[in-house]
Design a protein around this ligand. Structure first.
Ligand code: AMP
Length: 134
């Protein structure tokens, strides 16, 4: 059980933005920017990969609605919608969740950067990924 199960069960408080039978959305306690929100399924799965596609659809639908509310009412200049899967990817709570992170200015301290690796054999990489699916 993670801390999110306790939030779902109302054993610990959270600032809830939306709730239905399947999905819960609440403000991330970190508020890395104003309006930083988490959207989670009520059924347990540990990360994106572990989550049933029908459940993902419900979570994304709520995230879409709330991201638009955040855009209309908090007026960020951009929004990141992301999910960390696995410790190496930055996941800290192992109950699938989508972050909605409004972005207001370039000095907000959030950095999602990646370096380019040119001259890769893209066809070989694609074949490796698709292995077993033919
Ligand atoms: P991640 O690193 O992608 O697993 O994100 C987990 C997020 O959960 C972090 O941004 C935390 O700030 C947030 N979090 C942890 N505990 C709580 C809590 N009790 N209420 C709201 N957000 C929380």
């Amino acid at each position: 059980m993670t801390i999110f199960t306790k939030i779902i069960n109302k054993e610990i408080p959270a600032t809830i933005l939306y709730e239905d039978d399947d999905v819960l959305a609440f403000l991330d306690i970190a508020q890395c920017t104003k309006g930083h929100t988490l959207v989670i399924p009520k059924t347990f799965s540990k990360d994106f990969l572990d989550t049933d596609v029908e459940v993902l659809k419900k979570v994304v639908s709520v995230a879409h609605m709330l991201a638009n509310k955040i855009k209309d009412n908090l007026h960020p200049s951009g929004i990141n919608i992301l999910s960390n899967a696995g410790e190496q990817a930055g996941q800290g709570v192992f109950h699938y969740h989508l972050h909605i992170i409004p972005r207001y200015d370039e000095n907000d301290g959030i950095s999602i950067t990646y370096k380019e690796n040119p001259n890769q054999d893209l066809e070989a990489i694609a074949q490796e990924i698709k292995k077993g699916s033919e």
